[in-house]
Write a protein that binds this ligand. Structure first.
Ligand code: AP5
Length: 236
């Protein structure tokens, strides 16, 4: 295969050597699993939600445009997200592959990403579709708490911290995301159904989709994810 650009350099087998995309509704476990997979391969974890929240926190122009949209549970316009992603994958740490969490989220984003990966000489991405039923999602979203310092993800029902409201890793305060309120969860799920779920058929048609049963425990999902990635990476 012809490889070009920064990603075209020699990529030993243990590297991820391409993009992995986590696709699934809010609360399916994309962030939890993307972090672990990225760590396993020493690759960057690229969460567009985290990047946007950082912009909001730092009061950048992008952050002030995104904040009201995120607080309504709607998707931020493609034009804002695509520029942010394109700049991020230009960085040197992406040279051996990276793990997307929450991107792409529309067919236009997926088409743009396909073009971007091709231009940079990456192999075709691996798309992991986290499949899960609605009642479980509500419990996961309303119970989620996130460390303010390191971003570690907890759940008051299934993965509580050892000390209430404090992160096990760094003692940071655990907070609830503003969009995890019941009023905002409904529009987020609706946006997923309308704008993001068509990506399942899109990536299936391209032969890139791997189904993951996301209702299982974190460890069981982790095993399925790793197995799917290793199978997809194996030369056919
Ligand atoms: P984003 O931050 O991407 O949120 P999301 O897609 O709604 O996904 P979540 O982070 O809510 O859930 P997750 O699947 O990562 O689950 P997690 O692992 O945390 O986006 C936020 C907003 O930013 C969007 O609404 C939009 O406005 C904007 N945005 C972002 N990207 C965009 C884009 N590309 N285009 C346009 N707009 C964009 O797990 C959830 C909970 O479940 C946790 O408590 C966890 O501990 C628990 N849990 C996880 N796995 C398990 C398991 N197997 N068993 C039991 N509990 C589990």
């Amino acid at each position: 295969m012809e490889t070009r650009g920064a990603a075209g350099k020699v990529r030993p087998h243990e590297y991820l050597d391409r993009a992995v995309i986590f696709l699934g509704p809010p609360g399916a476990g994309k962030g939890t699993q993307a972090k672990v997979l990225a760590q396993h391969f020493g690759a960057p974890h690229l969460s567009t939600g985290d990047m946007l929240r950082e912009h909001v926190e730092h009061g950048t122009s992008l952050g002030s445009q995104a904040q009201p949209i995120m607080s309504r549970g709607e998707l931020v316009p493609d034009s804002l997200v695509l520029k942010m992603v394109a700049e991020r994958i230009e960085r040197r740490d992406c040279i051996h592959g990276f793990v997307f969490d929450g991107f792409p989220r529309t067919v236009a984003q997926a088409q743009y990403l396909g073009q971007l990966l091709h231009e940079h000489g990456y192999r075709r991405p691996i798309v992991l579709h986290l499949v899960i039923d609605l009642p479980l999602l509500m419990k996961r979203l309303t119970g989620r708490r996130v460390c303010k310092i390191g971003g570690e993800i907890y759940n008051i029902y299934d993965r509580p911290p050892k000390v209430a409201c404090r992160c096990d890793n760094d003692g940071g305060e655990l907070i609830q995301r503003p969009d995890d309120s019941e009023e905002v969860i409904a529009p987020r799920l609706a946006a997923y159904e309308k704008q993001t779920s068509p990506l399942v058929a899109y990536y299936r048609r391209l032969g890139l989709l791997h189904q993951i049963d996301a209702a299982k425990s974190v460890d069981e999902v982790k095993q399925q994810v790793l197995q799917s990635v290793l199978n997809a990476k194996r030369p056919h």
